[in-house]
Structure formats: C-alpha cells, structure tokens
Design a protein around this ligand. Structure first.
Ligand SMILES: NC(=O)C1=CN([C@@H]2O[C@H](COP(=O)(O)OP(=O)(O)OC[C@H]3O[C@@H](n4cnc5c(N)ncnc54)[C@H](OP(=O)(O)O)[C@@H]3O)[C@@H](O)[C@H]2O)C=CC1
Ligand SMILES: CC(C)=CCC[C@@H](C)[C@H]1CC[C@@]2(C)C3=C(CC[C@]12C)[C@@]1(C)CC[C@H](O)C(C)(C)[C@@H]1CC3
Length: 470
C-alpha cells in the first residue's frame, strides 16, 4: 500500500491510482530511462561543443539579410552564431557628455531619443537602420566628419566579450591597443556588448548654405553632390535655434521631393540658404536611399506618389534584400556599382577623373572627413592628421566597358596607390596581399595573437572578401 493512502487522497483514474499508490512504476519504467537519456543528451552536447564547436569560428547571429550591405555573408551558415540581442540605450550622462548603448541600437533610435532631450552625437551616419555595433566594427561617416573624424573617433570606450569569455572595457587609457584595434575589425577580436559615445548639445535646426565654396573650419556639416563631371552642389550647414522667416524647409515630410532632387534644383537656382529640422537633416538621404530608390520605384519622386504613399517610403533595406531573388541580384551584380572610396583630399581631382573614366555614375556623393593619426587599421600616409574625402558612387555605370570585377579592381588599385581606403560594406576584389597593403595590420595582428583569436574568429579579410559573401 502506498504511503499516500493514509492521506486519504482519492484516485480518479488508473494513472492517478498508480501515481499515488505505486509511484515506483512511473519512476522505474519512465523517469529512470528518461533521466538516463537526458544526461546522455546533455553530456554529448557538452562534449561536442567543447571538442568540435570550439574549433569552429564564431560570428554574431544577426541574419545576413538584415545587414546594411549589398550581400549576405556566406559564413553565417557555417560559423558558430552567437546571439547578441542587445538593443537598448543604457545611459545618457549629460555631465560626462556621453551615451552608453548596446550594439544593436540604430541611428534612427539614437537620434530620436537624444534630439528629444536636446542632445546629439557628433556624427550621425546616414540611414536610420545602421547599428552602433556595425558602425564601430566597420566604419561610419557623415557630413560632420571633416570636424570629428569617422564614427570610431567619437567613441570613448568599448565593452567586449573576448575569445576566452572574459569581459573587458577598453578606452584610450586602459587596454589602449585593443581600443584602437576594434574599428574595422569586423567582429574578429571579440563581441561588442556596449559602446560609449560622445554627445553634444543639439540645436533644433540646421541651416544649410548651398554654394560653390566651402570653409571647413567654420561649418558643422559639409557635403557635396556632383550631378555631372563638371557640375555639383556644395552644402555647408550649421546648427542654429532660430529660423529666418519663409526659409524653413521640412525636407523629411513625406510629400517633399527627394533630397538629392531638391539639391539638384540649386544647379539652376544658384546660391541659397534654408533651415532644416535637425532630424530631417540627419536622415535626409533615407527616404530615397541616397538615389538607389529611383531604380526600384522609378515614379517614387512623382508628386502624386509622394502625396499618396510617400509616408510609407522607404522600404526597409533588409526587406528589399530578403526579397530580391537571384535574377535581381545578378542584375545588380553585373550592371550596378556601389562603392565608397576614401581618398586623401589632394587626390580628389585624380579620383574624380578615374571615376568618370571607369563608371561615370552621377549623382556622386562627396563627404570630407578628418583622419586623426591614431594607431589601428587606418593610418594617414605621413603619420599626421589629414583631410580625406569619401567618394560615394551608387548606381548604373554609363560607360561601355564596365566589368564588375575588372573595373572595381582598377578603381581599388588607384585607391591603394593614392594611399586611400575602401569601405568594406561594399564588394571588394582585392587579394589578401593587396588588402594588407591598404590597411595597416601591425597592431591588429599583435592583438589577435595576444587575445588568442586565431581559432575563435576569422581574420577581417576572410569576412569581407568577395568569396565570403553571397
Ligand atoms: N554613412 C555610413 O557611414 C554608412 C555605413 N555603412 C556600412 O554599413 C555597415 C553597418 O551596417 P550594419 O547593418 O549596422 O552592421 P552589420 O550587421 O553589417 O555588421 C558589420 C560588421 O560588424 C560586426 N558586428 C556587428 N555587431 C557586432 C557585435 N556586437 N560584436 C562583434 N561584431 C559585431 C559584424 O560581425 P558579424 O559578421 O559577425 O555579424 C560585421 O562584420 C558598416 O560596415 C558601415 O561601414 C553603410 C551605409 C552608410
Ligand atoms: C558611406 C555611405 C554614405 C554609404 C551609403 C551606402 C548605401 C548607398 C548602400 C548601403 C547598402 C546598399 C548597398 C544596398 C542597396 C543600395 C545601396 C546601399 C543602400 C540595395 C538597396 C540596392 C538594391 C538591391 O537589390 C539590394 C536590396 C540588395 C541593396 C541592399 C543594400
């Protein structure tokens, strides 16, 4: 008789009767074998993880189609994917003038929270969905970069989980070598868990002054768009709080013309000043995805379309990517050129000639930036802080002899010889040797050895080369 019968519990079913009066039946025939199988499963899993998976390099589990680049990383299907679903802004310290945020915080999310509180980050890379993690591990640039440098130069600390599982915080004073090696390392030194970024007070408007001349030291923002080889518009902007009567232009409103089309109208109109709300300015190229949306929705800038559906635009880059299919992909591969090349300012004229000869794509984006002489992957040639220009070409080449690989390789060669750099979200056809010639690996190699990254993470080249992307 089962001991529970003394408690006068009535069994309603046979199963309950056995459970109450003869529990050993369940335990011996079911629970013991189940416990045995459970232990075998977890022990085998643990053994496998330790022996095999630890030999497989790691990457983040963020799906390839979500990333802001043309391709999907091939390694996402073979590497050990580590979930880093950290999506929040952690702390805004107005006394220290910093914001601490997690790697999946996006630019759109960050500017919304900060600007509402009267703050901003000095460089807000264009496109709402760019993430802090991607911008730190890759790079970020905007029209205030002539003053503040690249995205990495406004970051004051990185918090990472290293290959051995330890958590480390690095900045200019503590673990400085690691701090300078993280930018452009594409997740090959550790997993980023938090970033501290400088903030500064934001004023509500930006007055943009569209003219042919530019005075870098006096302007908060400088941007150029070339519409032909000979004609372009230079925009300089400053933050301000008041608006001149009749000069407010809320370019972010859904019914407004696409920004680059609006800028183009200044080719005829000549100089002009206008006042733009700060977030509208930051995300001015978002609605038209620079000028890429015109190839996808040819009537997207038509007034009727803007009035009716403009509020839904743009589609998410990640959704476009997810749904493009093989044929569209091939079409883009063979007839489209998407590159950002960073060249020393004194090479700008030569670079414009090369782009005119090789691709003839307009509009062309020009964004000056300052490159401090910090240690790391990017080193200005003479070891002094110098001015560079990002030349952004996105579109269909208008030359007869365009060949996706050969043309890109010729442009890459020019950039290497000019001591410039290629942005690595785009296709790169450089060999590993050419890549190491463009990017200084001295500190990177040292840190990888020190942190025992060899088995845990691949090298940058193996994540960004053409072979690693589908
Ligand atoms: N205005 C601008 O400056 C623009 C910049 N870009 C480019 O877009 C890219 C950013 O796109 P986004 O979609 O945000 O980022 P991605 O998801 O493309 O990530 C870029 C790289 O950063 C690594 N990475 C991201 N988060 C972490 C983390 N927490 N720990 C370790 N590694 C991490 C990724 O590693 P893994 O492969 O393992 O996931 C990947 O190699 C940048 O490379 C930038 O240069 C694009 C448009 C405009
Ligand atoms: C430094 C700066 C300002 C870079 C801007 C880069 C953008 C113009 C690039 C980044 C991602 C990008 C390559 C992308 C595309 C166009 C150019 C983009 C937006 C598109 C939308 C073109 C159409 C394609 O079918 C597809 C959807 C895959 C891609 C996605 C990524």
């Amino acid at each position: 008789m089962g001991f529970v019968s003394n408690l006068k519990i009535r069994a309603n079913t046979l199963f309950e009767y056995i459970l109450i009066n003869h529990r050993w039946v369940i335990v011996v025939f079911f629970l013991l074998p189940l416990s045995f199988i459970y232990d075998i499963y977890y022990n085998t899993r643990s053994w496998l993880i330790f022996k095999l998976i630890r030999q497989i390099p790691m990457c983040t589990a963020r799906p390839g189609w979500q990333t802001i680049s043309f391709r999907v990383p091939a390694y996402k299907s073979t590497f050990n994917k580590i979930k880093i679903n950290l999506v929040d802004i952690l702390e805004i310290d107005t006394r220290k003038q910093t914001v601490r945020c997690e790697p999946l915080v996006t630019m759109g999310q960050l500017t919304k929270v900060l600007v509402d509180l009267g703050w901003t980050i000095p460089i807000v890379p264009e496109m709402d969905d760019l993430t802090v993690g991607g911008l730190v591990m890759g790079t970020g640039i905007e029209t205030s970069s002539h003053k503040y440098g690249l995205f990495q130069h406004i970051c004051t600390a990185f918090e990472l989980v290293l290959a051995d599982g330890s958590l480390i915080t690095c900045n200019k004073d503590e673990h400085a070598n690691l701090f300078y090696s993280v930018p452009w390392s594409y997740g090959t030194l550790g997993f980023l868990t938090a970033v501290e970024i400088k903030i500064m007070p934001a004023q509500r408007m930006i007055s943009t002054f569209l003219s042919e001349s530019r005075k870098e030291s006096e302007n908060d923002y400088v941007e150029g768009i070339m519409f032909t080889y000979n004609a372009g518009v230079v925009m300089t902007g400053n933050m301000c709080n008041s608006v001149e009567e009749g000069k407010l232009n809320e370019i972010g409103k859904w019914y407004k013309p696409w920004f680059f089309k609006h800028v183009e109208s200044y080719l005829k109109a000549g100089r002009g000043v206008e006042y733009i709300p700060i977030r509208d300015y930051y995300h001015r190229h978002t609605r038209s995805i620079f000028w890429e949306l015109q190839d996808i929705i040819p009537f997207g800038n038509n007034l009727l379309f803007r009035l009716l559906l403009g509020w839904l635009v743009p589609p998410k880059v990640s959704f476009l990517k997810r749904t493009q299919g093989q044929k569209v992909k091939e079409l883009y591969e063979n007839n489209h050129f998407i590159q950002d090349m960073l060249v020393p300012a004194d090479q700008l004229k030569n670079a414009l000639d090369v782009f005119e000869k090789e691709v003839k794509i307009y509009p062309m984006w020009l964004c000056p930036f300052k490159l401090p002489a910090d240690p790391g992957m990017l080193r200005p040639l003479d070891g002094k802080c110098s001015l560079f220009v990002d030349i952004g070409t996105y579109g269909v080449p208008k030359v007869d002899n365009f060949h996706p690989v050969e043309t890109t390789r010729r442009v890459e060669k020019f950039v290497r010889n000019a001591k410039g750099f290629q942005m690595l979200y785009a296709d790169t056809y450089m060999t590993v040797h050419e890549f190491r010639e463009m990017f200084n690996h001295t500190l990177y190699d040292k840190i990888r050895k020190e942190l025992q990254c060899t088995k845990a993470f691949p090298e940058v080249y193996d994540k960004i080369c053409r072979k690693a992307r589908i």
